[in-house]
Design a binder for this molecule. Structure first.
Ligand code: TMP
Length: 221
């Protein structure tokens, strides 16, 4: 199919609690959009650049007994995002492509702001500094019961054993705060967010996502 280009590109992010199946759904959506002729870039946060991937490893697996303070963690996510937006996301959008990003600034608002309790005004200022007005055009929140999600994440860990992830390893109330935080945040901007239950089978979840994306893209020249 001939390439389809969108003036200014189209930026879609995926958010939600752990184990909601974002990665699986992003791959399915990538395939569906590529079949429709869009130039699709799949990327993730933290990560997406050489620096970002190094920071991702540090953020997730830093195991020195000194640990990582919440403030330092916040700034590491900010550093990864600044690099990622300038070097990967903006150039692909400028070429008229679609960017599918596994987590973005809303994760910082929820994980570091709501669940870790860091100053929301500082986080908003950090977003202004790192992304300015380049908020996603559409954000899919895959919503899932915390216990189901954590069990899925545990199973995934068993399939691909490795060092435990510092954030996944947080206690249940932290993950409850994350889930509720995403739902509350989504309710503040319904024009950008779509909350999709992630407990159905992956094909059904994909169909819901594709419907929302087609609707959103349908409104784009
Ligand atoms: P994941 O998306 O592969 O699960 O790993 C990213 C982890 O980092 C996940 O636990 C959510 C967390 N995170 C934050 O706490 N703040 C952020 O800004 C981002 C992008 C991710």
């Amino acid at each position: 199919m001939s390439g389809r280009s969108i003036q200014g590109g189209f930026f879609i992010t995926f958010e939600g609690p752990e184990g909601a199946g974002k990665t699986t759904q992003i791959v399915r959506l990538q395939e569906a959009l590529a079949r429709r002729g869009y130039d699709v870039c799949v990327t993730r946060e933290p990560g997406g650049t050489a620096l970002g991937e190094r920071l991702r490893d540090l953020i997730k697996h830093f195991d020195d007994p000194e640990g990582v303070t919440p403030e330092a963690e916040l700034l590491l996510f900010g550093a990864s995002r600044a690099q990622h937006l300038r070097l990967r996301i903006e150039p692909h959008l400028a070429r008229g492509g679609v960017v599918l990003c596994d987590r973005f600034a809303d994760s910082t608002t929820v994980y570091q702001g709501i669940a870790r309790g860091l100053d929301p005004d500082f986080i908003a200022a950090m977003h202004r500094f790192t992304i300015g007005r380049r908020w996603p055009d559409l954000t899919i929140v895959l919503d899932l019961d915390v216990d189901v999600g954590r069990e899925r994440a545990r199973q995934r860990g068993r399939l691909a054993p490795g060092p435990a992830d510092r954030i996944e390893a947080e206690a249940r109330p932290f993950h409850e705060a994350v889930r509720n935080g995403f739902l509350a945040l989504a309710a503040t901007a319904p024009e950008r967010f779509r909350v999709i239950p992630a407990d159905a089978d992956p094909a059904a979840v994909h169909a819901r996502i594709l419907l929302e994306v087609d609707r959103a893209l349908g409104g784009v020249p």
